[in-house]
Design a protein around this ligand. Structure first.
Ligand code: G6D
Length: 349
């Protein structure tokens, strides 16, 4: 396997470093230490043609100006937190309200905007990028000094594992994910409406008008949220279900996973023959169908637009701290937090 490193630019006196990994099968993954951002993933289609299958830019400036979290690590807490307020042990914490009057994706300067320290670990069958950062007590309003490690590992089997680890010196909340927008058509030649998703999930979480979970889990039966036997994204775009309309004609919902590490999430594009299998130790995945992508900018020459990419953000449940019935995202003092997800890229033939 090959890995190269280059300094793209400087930001706030720190180097923005790009790593490019090419495995023995020719798969290519490019990442920045700015937000642990994955900027390219090149994988073969059914004819062996290597093409990029994620939304990303070539310069940090474009990420700063346009990116709705393209490829970035999200934290301290992915998703929305109602009114940006939560309590731990009776103590109230107020987070940045950066999405209407709610908190979204770690706040104004979330982990997606941090320059992380980075190191490379190589062995015969894989290359890993280890990003680390110390998030100080009350950064963006969150309690605890938290040591964070984010490790992306590329293997010769066309897999990427994403491991998020954290340890805090006091009780806090943590919920990291990666916000890559996938488009398996290759080089964004088509939108994702005809992508087929299969999800081992019987329930999705109802959202209110501000996209905050209401606390109610809805059974997917007889709805376009039932992906158990595979369904094209288009179904949620043309649906008149109130939750699809609320999400801007599509999906922006957490799904509760019935199984972990059991091919529980599969995304396929029939025309290219590309297939992505996602496995995780996390209790939920947020399916975001790119409904809020606007056409105000270009992505490597392609005009951005609705449904140009979709996200499958494996994570804890958004706003879980305000809904005790959901799996908790509280992390105990000096107890390690570890979230593991694996992306496996295949072709259907
Ligand atoms: C919108 O509601 C969506 C989020 O889920 C997404 O992460 C963000 O755009 C990029 O706010």
């Amino acid at each position: 396997m090959k890995v190269t490193q280059s300094v793209l630019s400087e930001l706030d006196g720190k180097q923005v470093i790009e790593h490019r990994i090419i495995n023995n099968a020719g798969m290519e993954v490019t990442c920045l230490n700015y937000g642990c951002t994955i900027t390219r993933i090149l994988v073969p289609d059914q004819n062996g043609k290597m093409e990029n299958i994620v939304l990303g830019f070539d310069t940090v400036q474009e990420y700063q100006k346009h990116s709705p979290y393209f490829g970035a690590v999200i934290g301290r807490h992915a998703g929305r937190i109602k009114n940006g307020v939560f309590k731990i042990d009776g103590e109230e914490y107020c987070l940045a309200q950066n999405n209407l009057n709610n908190h979204l994706h770690g706040g104004i300067n979330g982990f997606d905007k941090i320059i992380w320290d980075v190191s490379v670990i190589e062995d015969d069958e894989s290359v890993s990028l280890n990003y680390c950062y110390l998030s100080n007590h009350l950064e963006e309003g969150y309690p605890g000094n938290v040591k964070l490690n984010v490790t992306y590992t590329v293997t010769n089997n066309n897999e990427i594992s994403l491991i998020y680890e954290g340890e805090s010196d006091q009780r806090t909340i943590l919920n990291l994910t990666n916000h890559t927008y996938f488009n398996l058509s290759g080089e964004l030649k088509r939108s994702v409406e005809t992508h087929k998703l299969t999800l081992k999930s019987n329930e999705f979480l109802e959202l209110d008008e501000n996209l905050i979970p209401t606390g109610r889990a809805i059974n997917v039966d007889e709805t376009v949220f039932d992906f158990r036997n595979g369904r094209v994204i288009q179904d949620g775009i043309t649906s008149i279900h109130s939750q699809n309309l609320l999400a801007g004609r599509g999906y922006d919902h957490p799904f509760l996973l019935q199984e972990n590490n059991a091919e529980e999430i599969i995304l396929e594009d029939n025309d290219s023959g590309r297939k992505l299998i996602i496995e995780t130790n996390q209790p939920s995945v947020v399916l975001y169908s790119g409904t809020q992508l606007d056409n105000e900018f270009q992505i490597r020459g392609i005009q951005s637009r609705k449904y140009l990419g979709l996200c499958l953000e494996t994570q804890g449940v958004p706003d879980a701290i305000n809904h005790p019935q959901f799996p908790t995202t509280i992390v105990e003092k000096d107890k390690p937090y570890k979230s593991v997800t694996k992306w496996s890229f295949k072709t259907t033939n």
